[in-house]
Write a protein that binds this ligand. Structure first.
Ligand code: HC0
Ligand code: SF4
Length: 562
């Protein structure tokens, strides 16, 4: 430990920490813009300068380690003056258009501006048209403050490295190589750069207008469905505690917006498990390639197609829950209700930017028409002055709104695996498998292995989240260093709870709370195994036929492209 003084008060703290670490823990605010623990700790922006007794200049709190006897002043007129100058230089790089900016109150520039006590910004350039890359990962270079967070995020999390500096000196900008549009890069669209951008320079493509258009069209029957992890995050957009399970109020909110029917992607997740567990058992018994890999995360699927195409045969042929639900509901409405297919619209709310990409895939054409992220739904509700907190609890529509606990844990790393094991173990043991919770596939370790004994059989599995962890696993499989039947990969840290479309910020603590929310939702369900969902059973009996049969294959399975 070291003894030090901060703003005149004595503290004893662990050695080896920076001034910023220590102050963050003590709740002493030091403004930062580039700093992000584990991602960008390099001291670029210069906002965090503090006075240290004996030093000839101000020092950056983010890179200066504490030492015995240190005396720090984090705030003084001089410090503020210097910070103001630094901030003005940063602002010179940033196009200020707060009233129409998607980042709204989550913008870190606004937070710093409040600390500086700056008067309201003026908006001189609002009407000027500037370059904007309207890819799914949408870029507005005029707002970029060159903090470098996106550069290191893309290197560290998906492990790709799309962004870099283009140009030299003060003129340099952060862009993909040769400033091409994001659609032309091998970006896998996970959106992790978007949730780490401190300002509104990186956002998702906004699809709110498309939703408003179909809602206003009387000819259309519009059904909406929302993903597992949206229910534990949307509350944050309205100031609720992260991880609060918001299902009934979310259903009310979606009805208020005017959707004709409200369904649940969790039903699609239950359906995916039934098909995927069946596929796994068939693969284990037959001669199809093993290990089988989950295929519900489009960030992961994009990654395999772009960087590891030799693994395509290992991907489960099951469509994702989003696509399965869309395909089933549309086929059902056409066949049973006589609605013509072109008048049915499926809107989803997803924690994910890559789901926008998935929806547009040729192989899944028509399954999902418009995808909104959790953040976009938050903005859409606020446009109509709908505050989720004020609404009554309502129930999703039957039959595609009912789900089991297995469906809900899809949203957290290890959840798809656990859900699949609940069903596969039950089936392999002839229905006598009591265990529901598989602790060995839970938790935030980025790569986990587990063996599950079912009678005299053993199912060997692995779970990875973040693609850098997935690469380690793929290399082990290639080099025959591991022997497994089945593995799950989610591109985002923590799985979809940490998706690129989730409310900002997404910190480790927030991830933990969202995960707890999903596990508590699971525990509260009476039915916790997907194949026990009575509406899933009915869907097969009345509409789909055999599990893994011809009609199920036609509607619920897909192919991949190189
Ligand atoms: Fe996910 Fe999904 S769990 S990918 O992470 O499988 O986006 O939440 O909706 O489709 O269910 C995202 C989340 C989903 C799908 C489900 C899967
Ligand atoms: Fe999307 Fe979830 Fe995959 Fe992230 S982990 S890319 S949020 S599906």
């Amino acid at each position: 430990t070291v003894n030090l003084k901060i703003n005149g008060k004595n503290y004893v703290v662990e050695s080896g920490q920076t001034i910023l670490d220590v102050c963050n823990k003590l709740g002493i605010y030091i403004p930062t813009l580039c700093f992000m623990k584990g991602i960008s700790e390099g001291g670029h922006c210069g906002l965090c300068v503090v006075e240290v007794k004996g030093a000839r200049t101000l020092l950056r709190a983010c890179i200066t380690e504490v030492f015995e006897g240190m005396e720090v002043i984090t705030d003084s007129p001089f410090v503020r003056d210097v910070r103001k100058t630094v901030f003005e230089m940063i602002l010179a790089d940033h196009k200020v258009e707060c009233p129409v900016c998607k980042r709204d109150e989550t913008c870190e520039i606004k937070k710093v501006a409040k600390y500086m006590g700056l008067p309201e910004f003026d908006f001189p350039e609002l009407c000027e048209i500037e370059f904007k890359d309207n890819s799914i990962i949408s870029r507005e270079p005029a707002k970029c403050i060159k903090c470098k967070r996106c550069i290191s995020t893309c290197q560290l999390i998906p492990g790709i490295g799309i962004y870099g500096f283009v140009g030299k000196g003060h003129e340099a900008t952060v862009e993909p190589p040769e400033s091409v549009s994001m659609d032309e890069t091998p970006c896998i669209v996970c959106g992790q750069c978007v949730v780490r951008c401190p300002v509104g320079a990186l956002t998702e493509r906004d699809d709110i207008d498309k939703v408003l258009e179909v809602l206003a069209d009387e000819k259309k029957t519009v059904f909406v469905s929302f993903a597992p992890s949206v229910r534990v995050a949307i509350g944050e957009a309205f100031g609720m505690e992260p991880g609060t399970v918001v299902v009934g109020k979310l259903v009310s909110a979606l009805r208020k917006l005017g959707f004709d029917r409200v369904y649940d992607v969790n039903f699609g997740a239950d359906l995916t498990i039934v098909e995927e567990a069946n596929e796994l058992i068939e693969r284990i018994k037959g001669d199809k390639p093993l290990p089988m890999a989950t295929s519900c995360c489009p960030g992961w699927v994009n990654f395999v197609e772009r960087f590891y195409p030799e693994f395509i045969p290992y991907l489960s042929t099951c469509k994702s829950p989003q696509a399965m639900l869309g395909a089933l509901v549309k086929a059902y409405m056409v066949e049973k209700e006589g609605i013509s297919k072109e008048n049915i619209v499926h809107v989803t709310v997803m924690p994910c930017t890559a789901k926008k990409y998935e929806a547009a895939r040729d192989e899944l054409a028509g399954d999902t028409d418009i995808v909104l992220t959790t953040r976009e739904l938050g903005r859409l509700l606020k446009m109509f002055n709908i505050d989720i907190r004020d609404l009554p609890e309502d129930e999703a529509d039957k039959p595609f709104g009912e789900y089991t606990g297995a469906g809900t844990i899809f949203g957290v790393t290890g959840g798809v695996m656990e859900a699949a094991l609940r069903t596969a173990a039950d089936w392999l043991s002839g229905g006598s498998f009591d265990k529901i919770e598989f602790e060995s596939v839970r938790g935030f370790e980025d790569l986990k292995f587990a063996d599950v004994e079912v009678g005299d059989k053993k199912i060997k599995v692995a779970v990875a989240h973040t693609l850098s962890a997935a690469v380690r696993l793929l290399e082990m499989i290639k080099n025959k260093e591991v022997d497994i039947h089945f593995f799950e990969v989610m591109a985002c840290p923590g799985g979809c709870i940490g998706g690129g479309g989730q409310p900002i910020p997404t910190t480790k603590d927030i991830l933990r709370k969202r995960a707890e929310g999903l596990y508590s939702d699971d525990e509260k369900r009476i039915l916790r195994k997907s194949h026990e969902n009575p509406y899933i059973k009915a869907a097969y009996e009345m509409f789909l036929g055999e599990i893994g049969g011809e009609k199920a294959h036609k509607l619920l399975h897909t192919t991949y492209s190189r």
